[in-house]
Design a protein around this ligand. Structure first.
Ligand code: HEC
Length: 216
């Protein structure tokens, strides 16, 4: 460094030093202690409050924005008397059921199976086999029961509250009802077209073609 600057003309060296000097004088001015403001970091200790904490607990009864869960039926799946809901708190239309089917297939079918018979792949590979949704005890459970199990977990099955939104949990509950209804329907309850499809599957427009039945 010194050998290099020695080889430069004196005027340039002087200018360099002058520039460096200016920078050195100005630099601390730019560094007003903005990185160290007189404020307390979250959870920092403080001698100001009696409990020694800088962070204050929320005022009793305070509710964070978006967390007012006034609709007890929707959020807890129970009526005013604490009984599980027997009717959906949302409108059971086709979009809700389709959403429920999609969420069910993603979150529940690995264990409960696409049909809800408890024969999902995880169960087949050794996890505790969940009960079929098509037994009388489970068919007679109110729809709020399914919401409750998803929200709070059941036995070895963990809660899905952190992964599935409130609305989606109801959509899944509605879809489980649809699954239950889909099994054991009386043929007489079907439309003429669907009844015909039962006896002549090849003519069905909605049911998948059963080409591989002779296979495995
Ligand atoms: C990792 C596997 C697994 C997944 C995923 C899973 N479950 Fe379960 N579920 C179980 C098992 C196992 C049980 C039985 C728990 C026990 O008896 O300890 C069970 C029990 C239940 C029951 C209670 C049945 C009864 O006997 O009353 C319901 C309802 C239920 N699950 C619904 C769901 C829904 C809805 C989803 C999707 C959001 C889901 N489960 C996802 C494994 C799973």
């Amino acid at each position: 460094m010194t050998t290099r600057s020695k080889s430069r003309p004196g005027r340039l060296r002087l200018a360099t030093w002058a520039l460096l000097g200016t920078v050195a004088l100005l630099a601390p001015g730019c560094r007003q202690d903005m990185h160290d403001q007189p404020r307390l970091e979250p959870l920092e200790a403080s001698t100001f409050f009696a409990d020694g904490m800088a962070s204050r607990p929320p005022v009793e009864g305070a509710i964070a924005r978006g967390q007012l869960r006034e609709d007890v039926a929707l959020f807890e799946g129970k009526d005013a008397n604490g009984n599980l809901l027997t009717v959906l708190p949302l409108e059971a239309d086709r979009p809700l059921l389709e959403r429920g089917q999609q969420r069910y297939d993603i979150f529940c079918s690995p264990c409960h199976g696409r049909l809800g018979d408890g024969q999902g792949m995880v169960a087949q590979r050794g996890y505790k086999v969940p009960p079929s949704f098509h037994t009388d005890p489970l068919k007679s459970q109110p729809v709020g029961y399914y919401y409750d199990v998803m929200t709070n977990g059941f036995g070895v099955m963990s809660s899905y509250a952190s992964q599935i939104s409130v609305e989606d949990r109801w959509a899944i509950a509605a879809y489980i009802r649809a699954l239950q209804l889909s099994q054991g329907v009386e043929a007489s309850a079907l439309t003429a077209a669907d009844r015909q499809a039962l006896t002549n599957p090849g003519a069905a427009t909605t049911a998948p073609a059963d080409d591989h039945s002779g296979g495995h």
